[in-house]
Design a protein around this ligand. Structure first.
Ligand SMILES: *[C@@H]1O[C@H](CO)[C@@H](O)[C@H](O)[C@H]1NC(C)=O
Ligand SMILES: *[C@@H]1O[C@H](CO)[C@@H](O)[C@H](O)[C@H]1NC(C)=O
Ligand SMILES: *[C@@H]1O[C@H](CO)[C@@H](O)[C@H](O)[C@H]1NC(C)=O
Ligand SMILES: *[C@@H]1O[C@H](CO)[C@@H](O)[C@H](O)[C@H]1NC(C)=O
Ligand SMILES: *[C@@H]1O[C@H](CO)[C@@H](O)[C@H](O)[C@H]1NC(C)=O
Ligand SMILES: *[C@@H]1O[C@H](CO)[C@@H](O)[C@H](O)[C@H]1NC(C)=O
Ligand SMILES: *[C@@H]1O[C@H](CO)[C@@H](O)[C@H](O)[C@H]1NC(C)=O
Length: 322
């Protein structure tokens, strides 16, 4: 009476949950009263009382050790002929065969049916990773990272922690950060667990890793590391000599440490002509300098929508040839 298509091998992960889909049809005159699920090893008939892991009559039935409170019917109304169950907080030892029995009445007499086939559940190690959402990070602005635990299980609430590996390489927490945890109930049996990490991002966070770690019941853990990219820009830095003699070569390097890299342009004050441009760092070279090269030069750095400028005086000294 139980659809054979229900029975197959299900694989699930430790710490998460599994739904064993099941439905049944009954003969005329049979009124289903209770649903019983058994779990057993391959050699067993799988219908002994000590193998019961769930009984919809909760009053007088003891279930196998370790299954208390972890198994629920998806559809509590047995008249719907839906015997699907969810098992939460899975452990590897939950692997095995599962068999269903429906107890009821026919012509005022107790009657019942058990499925012929069994469903095989195989619980493997936790391999699903949390999903981490990173927004665009900008230095000096509040950033909120989101981490979503895998699985949509209604079992124990997992513990979510955030760690940070700074430039020093040691694992710690982001100073001044705060976290918040919430559980979103999707249906009676599905929940999503989410943690957010909020902090004021700065250049020191750029290219460092932040890890979201999730701990489910039974020390089952999974984690995901993400590399932070922070939009930032430091001051314009000009290096090189500014005084040369006529005929010499002058090199002036303008650089700006930033992410993403800035476009650096050299021009002479009062002129629109770009003498040289490059990304990150640009070197202005004046070969065989003449006194006409003297004057103020401008280094302009374009970083996203910002423009930074720095002026510098160049003096080319005239040498009288006697
Ligand atoms: C059994 O009930 C659950 C929960 O309402 C539902 O998701 C599932 O599709 C039902 N199964 C069948 C075979 O009707
Ligand atoms: C973030 O830090 C910067 C510099 O430390 C500060 O100027 C800014 O006000 C802070 N922003 C927030 C939202 O806390
Ligand atoms: C950051 O994590 C990535 C993988 O996501 C790894 O390849 C990289 O080595 C890590 N960097 C540091 C500094 O730990
Ligand atoms: C400017 O650039 C030079 C050469 O790259 C570097 O040694 C120096 O530390 C920089 N100064 C600042 C303030 O960034
Ligand atoms: C200026 O830079 C050029 C290459 O960019 C190099 O060949 C030359 O030696 C440099 N001159 C000085 C005086 O630093
Ligand atoms: C940068 O220089 C290249 C040639 O070297 C030129 O084609 C380009 O237009 C310049 N970009 C800007 C923004 O001046
Ligand atoms: C430097 O400039 C002077 C004057 O214009 C010229 O006579 C000389 O040939 C130039 N030297 C080089 C190496 O270009």
């Amino acid at each position: 009476f139980v659809y054979e298509k229900n029975f197959r091998t299900l694989t699930a992960e430790a710490g998460l949950c599994v739904v064993i889909p099941c439905s049944f049809t009954t003969g005329f005159g049979f009124t289903p009263k209770h649903i019983v699920w058994y779990k057993c090893e391959a050699y067993s008939r799988c219908d002994y009382d000590h193998e019961i892991i769930f009984h919809s009559n909760k009053n007088n039935i003891r279930v196998q050790y370790g299954f208390e409170g972890r198994v629920s019917l998806l559809e509590p109304d047995i008249r719907q002929n839906n015997c699907s169950i969810i098992i939460n907080d899975l452990k590897e030892s939950d692997s095995g065969l599962y068999r269903i029995r429906v107890n009821g009445e026919r012509k005022w007499r107790e009657d019942g049916f058990a499925s012929i086939q069994k469903t095989t559940v195989s619980v493997e190690g936790l391999s699903q990773k949390p999903r981490v959402k990173l927004p665009t990070l900008t230095e000096g602005q509040q950033a909120t990272l989101t981490c979503v635990a895998p699985g949509l299980c209604s079992g124990s609430v997992p513990e979510i922690t955030w760690t940070w590996r700074g430039a020093g390489g040691t694992e710690s927490y982001i100073t001044g950060s705060s976290t918040s945890f919430r559980t979103k109930t999707l249906t009676a049996f599905t929940q999503r667990h989410i943690s957010t990490l909020t902090f004021n991002s700065s250049a020191e966070h750029h290219n460092t890793n932040v890890t979201c770690k999730i701990r489910f019941t039974g020390e089952k853990t999974t984690e995901e590391a993400s590399t932070l990219k922070v939009n930032y820009v430091k001051e314009v830095n000009i290096t090189g000599g500014t005084n040369v003699k006529e005929g010499e070569t002058l090199n002036l390097t303008c650089s700006v440490e930033s992410f993403p890299p800035s476009l650096i342009m050299w021009s002479k004050l009062g002129s629109d002509i770009t003498l040289h441009n490059d990304t990150g760092s640009a070197t202005l070279s004046i070969i065989n300098a003449t006194t006409e090269h003297s004057g103020q030069y401008v280094c302009t750095a374009k970083h996203m929508n910002n423009i930074l400028q720095e002026n510098i005086d160049i003096t080319v000294m005239f040498i009288s040839h006697v």
